[in-house]
Design a protein around this ligand. Structure first.
Ligand SMILES: *[C@@H]1O[C@H](CO)[C@@H](O)[C@H](O)[C@H]1NC(C)=O
Ligand SMILES: *[C@@H]1O[C@H](CO)[C@@H](O)[C@H](O)[C@H]1NC(C)=O
Length: 353
């Protein structure tokens, strides 16, 4: 997306540069030949003509060698310019493991190329730069399992990516949507990410053909999970894991900030998307499969009883409730080896019902 035209422009430029170099070499070579001709009478006797032709031949060979190496370098750079459309590292479905004795140190040593939560392929330029945003509170074990599986998964997809964990400070009811707005706004301070993945901490992808990349429409990545028999929870479901470009998310004014507790905020985002005449696309059900790590509903994340009422006003409220009204205070940004931990005070519900 947007990368490709830039790349072909670069290649075109590289070709022009190469042609220019070629011309210069030929001109320089002709110049040295004619120079030799003019000095010939002076050096007569000491330099037999046969030697000179051999010298000229060697020079020609040397120059063609030089040009070849320039050509090689131009080709090499073009190869570095963009990762292939389909990563050769993908493995398809793989078996997930959830070892209770897993430690963060092990995950760190298995992902030595990840620096402060960020990775960039060394042998090619990634097609997209992707920020993974994970809203979080008190789910340390889930986070560990997700990091363990997600880092190698994303590296096999040859993405430039970073994982952000947005940690809600305080004891107010959990607000997934607002934390994702905070993650989006804060991640953009690090890098102009092309694509954002809104990711629940307890969902682990089972197949690396489920690409964590954005497309020309918002994308929903969880068609099925083991807890629902791998069926879409309901028509229009847009929760769990979803992908939107920076522009798509900006256009809908992000998530609502006013959903405290469990449920509704993902339906609100779907309404925002359809109000902007965008549609939701999904990968095939064979690919878009997740394992949900078992858990009870947390205290502090009770079902949001206001959600139906809130959803009825979305078609108006989206303009004023979203990125443009997201007020929060960053308490800390800690760059751990495998993720960026953003701790934010996002306030509490304005009025209790
Ligand atoms: C889904 O798989 C996870 C990991 O194996 C397991 O903990 C969980 O109980 C499974 N859920 C269902 C409903 O089978
Ligand atoms: C993130 O940082 C906060 C504040 O230092 C800390 O309480 C929290 O446990 C950290 N989260 C993780 C997952 O490390």
């Amino acid at each position: 997306m947007g990368l490709f035209p830039a790349m072909s422009k670069f290649i075109r430029k590289g070709k022009c540069l190469f042609l220019l170099l070629l011309c210069l070499c030929v001109v320089a070579w002709i110049a040295t030949l004619s120079n030799d001709d003019t000095v010939e009478p002076v050096q007569e006797g000491s330099n037999p003509p046969e030697d000179k032709s051999v010298e000229g031949f060697a020079k020609l060979e040397l120059e063609s060698e030089m040009m070849q190496s320039i050509e090689e370098r131009v080709e090499e750079q073009a190869a570095k310019e963009s990762c292939p459309e389909r990563s050769p590292l993908l493995r398809g479905a793989f078996k997930l493991s959830f070892d209770p004795s897993l430690k963060i140190g092990q995950v760190e040593s298995e992902n030595g190329e990840v620096v402060e939560g960020q990775y960039n392929p060394s042998d090619c330029t990634a097609r997209q730069s992707v920020a993974i945003l994970i809203p979080h509170r008190n789910r340390e074990k889930h986070l560990l399992y997700l990091l363990y599986h997600l880092h190698p998964f994303l590296q096999r997809q040859q993405l430039h990516y970073a994982i952000y964990v947005i940690h809600q400070a305080g004891d107010a009811t959990f607000n997934r949507a607002k934390l994702l707005n905070v993650g989006y706004l804060e991640a953009l301070k690090d890098h102009s990410w092309d694509c954002f993945i809104f990711h629940d901490v307890d969902l682990v992808p089972e197949n690396d053909h489920n690409l964590y990349m954005c497309e020309d429409q918002p994308k929903h990545l969880v068609v099925g999970r083991n807890s629902t028999g791998y069926k879409l929870r309901y028509k229009g479901y847009f929760g769990g894991v979803s992908a939107m470009t920076k522009d798509q998310f900006h256009k809908v004014n992000g998530f609502p900030n006013s959903y405290w507790g469990w449920g509704g905020e993902d339906d609100d985002l779907r309404i925002r998307v359809t109000l902007q005449k965008m549609s939701i696309i999904r990968p095939s059900p064979e690919v878009a499969r997740y394992t949900m790590v078992f858990h009870k509903r947390d205290s502090g994340n009770q079902i949001n009883k206001d959600r139906m009422q809130l959803l009825r006003r979305t078609h108006q409220a989206w303009k004023t409730d979203g990125l443009n009204s997201c007020s929060y205070k960053i308490l800390s940004v800690h760059r751990a080896p495998l993720f960026i931990n953003i701790t934010a005070d996002i306030g509490r519900p304005e009025h209790a019902h």
